[in-house]
Ligand binder design. Structure first.
Ligand code: NAP
Length: 297
């Protein structure tokens, strides 16, 4: 088993989509010898001109380096590539860094697969677009054994400086990634409904977007506060009583109906907060809505 990684070490990159190509270029720029493999081999051609070594198949690619980074479409693609007798034989005593976005259950599955095949495994979740990779603050979540994390730090730092190690539980990175995705999509839908309110009143969505960007840091601090309240299971009002949110979401829904704009989002939000009120949480902190969400719909 490898114990250290430095710039002289070869790294294999499997998957040359938008993200994989970026990762390969960053590794080359950092001075690593880079072996690449992609299902569609033509994508390796441009990288070959930049110094990457194309492998004829995935097993040869894995055998070429102590560390293999895989970044493909999804878990099914990962397993289609890795779960062959040739790759299983090649990956023994090597390290595998998973940068494909997968689910917590898929991470546990892949961790068990790696262990059964004698490979050290680390699960990563990239929280940035390809053009944002390689920066000092590029966010990447990691989970897996601490010794594997330490081993991979030189490779991870090539991909981004904003590395957060979440511990040995292999599914922690995909879990936090999925939770972040939930936050993002909730915000996006709320933002877009706000854009419709703005349009319906004849105001500029650009101005609205600037206002949202301006309040985002303080809103982030508010969410952190609410998260800490949930963590400590303390819902005594400190910042925002539930009844304000019950009132605000009902107003959002009523205003949408009056304006004749789509009311799907405010109706959904208002229904949830109404449930919290009916359950007796109106005089608790807004974060007490989690107690409604703890029950299946
Ligand atoms: P992409 O451009 O769509 O590339 C997908 C890659 O997966 C290609 O290399 C493709 O090979 C390969 N692939 C798909 N199905 C396959 C299969 N059945 N067998 C073998 N290979 C298969 O995707 P991407 O943007 O590079 O994203 C890769 C991963 O990074 C995803 O899990 C994504 O969620 C994650 N990620 C992406 C971004 C982003 O902004 N792009 C941000 C964060 C995380 P072919 O070339 O042969 O089709």
């Amino acid at each position: 088993m490898i114990t250290t990684i430095n710039k002289q070490n070869a790294v294999t990159l499997i998957g040359l989509g938008a993200m994989g190509i970026t990762l390969a270029k960053l590794l080359l720029a950092a001075g690593h010898k880079v072996t690449v493999w992609n299902r569609s081999p033509e994508k390796a051609a441009a990288l070959t001109r930049e110094g990457a070594v194309p492998a004829p198949d995935a097993a040869t690619a894995v055998a070429a380096s102590p560390v293999t980074v895989i970044c493909v479409y999804n878990h099914a693609a990962t397993m289609a590539i890795l779960d062959t007798p040739e790759v299983k034989a090649a990956i023994k005593n090597r390290a595998l860094l998973q940068l494909t976005t997968i689910s917590p259950a898929e991470a546990r599955f892949t961790g068990e697969w790696a262990e059964a095949n004698g490979a050290a495994y680390m699960n990563g979740a990239i929280q940035a677009a390809p053009s944002q990779m390689g920066r000092a603050d590029t966010p990447i979540l990691l989970s897996g054994a601490a010794d594997v994390y330490k081993l991979l730090i030189p490779v991870l730092r090539v991909f981004g400086g904003g590395i957060t190690y979440l511990g040995a539980g292999i599914s922690a990175a995909p879990t936090m990634d999925l939770a972040t995705l939930s936050y993002i999509y909730g915000s996006v839908i709320g933002f877009l409904h706000g854009a419709r309110i703005t349009e319906a009143e004849g105001l500029g969505v650009d101005q609205y977007a600037a206002i949202v960007a301006g309040i985002t840091p303080t809103f982030g601090a508010f969410l952190q506060h609410e998260g800490n309240m949930i963590h400590t299971n303390n819902f005594a009002v400190t910042e925002s009583p539930m009844r304000i949110s019950i009132e605000a979401t009902a107003r959002l829904e009523a205003t949408a109906r009056e304006a004749g704009i789509n009311s799907d989002f405010p109706a959904f939000a208002a229904a949830l907060f109404k449930k919290a009120g009916a359950a007796g949480y109106a005089d608790e902190e807004a974060a007490a809505l989690i107690k409604v969400l703890r029950h299946p719909a």
